[in-house]
Design a protein around this ligand. Structure first.
Ligand code: 5GP
Length: 209
């Protein structure tokens, strides 16, 4: 690593309506990218089948969530579908300082707050479904939610999509592999931004010495 140019980490936010593909795209990105960690949120919603505490979310009580808010442990928090979600602050600060990138699966409310807190470090990507019919089909195909939840998530999808124009990049998830490649390209370009490469000046000095 010593011959690498030091840089500040990137906070890569992926947002989409439920079923839009952000979780699968994020997972695919992380498989091939050891420098991309995952921000694990606190939530008060119960775990879905297969979800692991500490890996998918930190599943906490409302009282514990309130305490985290009071103590300033969360860099942002919001209510989504009647449950509360928030991003722990400490891993974000550590990643930025160490030049590691972090992936966030958060909604538009969280993206706004994160951008306000760390304006130079957030790179945001909105994932759009190719159509609302396809979004509904994908929501049903994952079989994670009951009918009422699917209906509620479809009801909220338009409201989430309405915030597409607050994002730096927008990717239409027509083809999963293409969508992953697009987000990977965004990350590759953003890593090369001059202002992020904090070690450039000393690298160039040594180059010219
Ligand atoms: P789900 O319950 O399906 O895992 O997530 C529901 C919504 O909450 C998704 O839009 C997801 O992006 C959002 N979300 C998950 N974690 C956080 C968080 O820490 N902060 C915010 N603001 N939204 C979150």
């Amino acid at each position: 690593m010593s011959n690498e140019i030091a840089r500040r980490g990137i906070l890569l936010v992926l947002s989409s309506p439920s079923g839009g593909g952000k979780t699968s795209i994020g997972r695919a990105l992380r498989v091939t990218d050891p420098n991309l960690g995952l921000s694990v949120s606190l939530t008060t919603r119960p775990p879905r089948e297969g979800e692991i505490d500490g890996k998918d979310y930190h599943f906490v009580s409302a009282a514990r969530f309130d305490e985290a808010v009071r103590n300033g442990e969360l860099i942002e928090h919001a209510e989504v579908f009647g449950a509360r979600y928030g991003t722990p602050r400490a891993p974000v600060e550590a990643a930025l300082a160490e030049g590691r990138d972090l992936l966030f699966d958060i909604d538009w409310q969280g993206t706004r707050q994160l951008r306000a807190a760390l304006p130079g470090d957030v790179v945001s990507v909105f994932i759009l479904p190719p159509s609302m019919a396809e979004l509904e089909r994908r929501l049903r195909a994952r079989r994670a939610d009951d009918e009422a939840t699917v209906r509620r998530r479809m009801g909220k999808a338009a409201a989430e999509i309405a915030h597409w124009d607050e994002y730096d990049y927008v990717v239409v998830n027509r083809d999963f592999d293409l969508a992953v490649a697009s987000v990977r390209a965004v990350l590759a370009a953003e890593r090369l931004k001059r202002v992020r490469q904090t070690g450039l000046a000393s690298f160039v000095s040594a180059l010219l010495a």
